[in-house]
Write a protein that binds this ligand. Structure first.
Ligand code: DX5
Ligand code: ZN
Length: 224
């Protein structure tokens, strides 16, 4: 009987106060974040535009948290090198990766962990062939583009289905849930089989500061 590994929390800076971003990131780190989740958007794959490697490079000087880079961009394979110095995990979307096996391989050749993401409208079968090659599978529980949206609950069934496939195939990949994670649904995310929860507005925009918000999420998962 093995111990269950601790579920990881990955604050996303998307809805943080960018005027005091370094402080926000330091508060998340002090509050026990496991990763920093960084949402790169290009205005093409998703309607919104956020930031690129310049900001990620700057944050690398602020925190030692592992960087979980979420590329919501077309042709992600063209931009992997730009994150080679800073990223720990690079996640690409299956919907814009016709040669996913080659892209995951390219990420590994940079010495990084490789993640594959799927949108709410994309079936599990689309990533099934990638499971042996992926260190992480990111299940979008919102339509990507903005923080602060409501989770689409039936996406948790997808998490459970991917968990079953990982176990059946003996693949070590972890499952990350991205979108709408809150104190009220964190336990359900854990129960569905997630290893990592992205938490944006529930860390940076909820009542208390990032430290207390992370603590509340942690309590919601582990119980009082
Ligand atoms: C949205 C991003 C998410 C976002 C999550 O497209 O991928 O990482 O920041 O924010 P919340 O937790 O507020 O849904
Ligand atoms: Zn994200």
């Amino acid at each position: 009987m093995g111990l269950m590994p601790r579920l990881k929390l990955a604050p996303s800076i998307l809805t943080a106060d960018f005027g005091r971003l370094a402080d926000e990131v330091r508060a998340a780190e002090a509050g026990g974040a496991d990763y920093l989740h960084l949402d790169v958007m290009d205005g093409r794959f998703v309607p919104n535009i956020t930031f690129g490697p310049l900001l990620v490079d700057a944050l690398r000087r602020v925190t030692s948290l592992p960087f979980d880079i979420h590329l919501m961009i077309v042709e992600p394979e063209r931009h992997l090198d730009a994150f080679a110095e800073t990223a720990d995990i690079i996640n690409v979307h299956i919907e814009v990766s016709p040669h996913i096996n080659r892209t995951l391989d390219a990420i590994h050749r940079l010495g990084k962990k490789a993640g594959v993401c799927l949108n709410p409208g994309t079936p599990v079968s689309a990533i099934e062939e990638s499971l042996p090659d992926a260190d992480q599978v990111m299940v979008m529980t919102i339509n990507p583009g903005w923080g602060g949206q409501q989770m689409i609950p039936r996406q948790l069934q997808k998490v459970a289905a991917i968990r079953r496939l990982l176990v059946a195939g003996g693949h070590p990949g972890e499952i990350e849930i991205d979108g709408g994670v809150k104190v009220g649904n964190a336990a359900a995310c854990a129960a569905a089989g997630a290893d990592v929860l992205v938490c944006g507005s529930s860390v940076f925009n909820a009542e208390a500061g990032p430290g207390q918000n992370l603590e509340a999420l942690r309590r919601a998962i582990t119980g009082p």
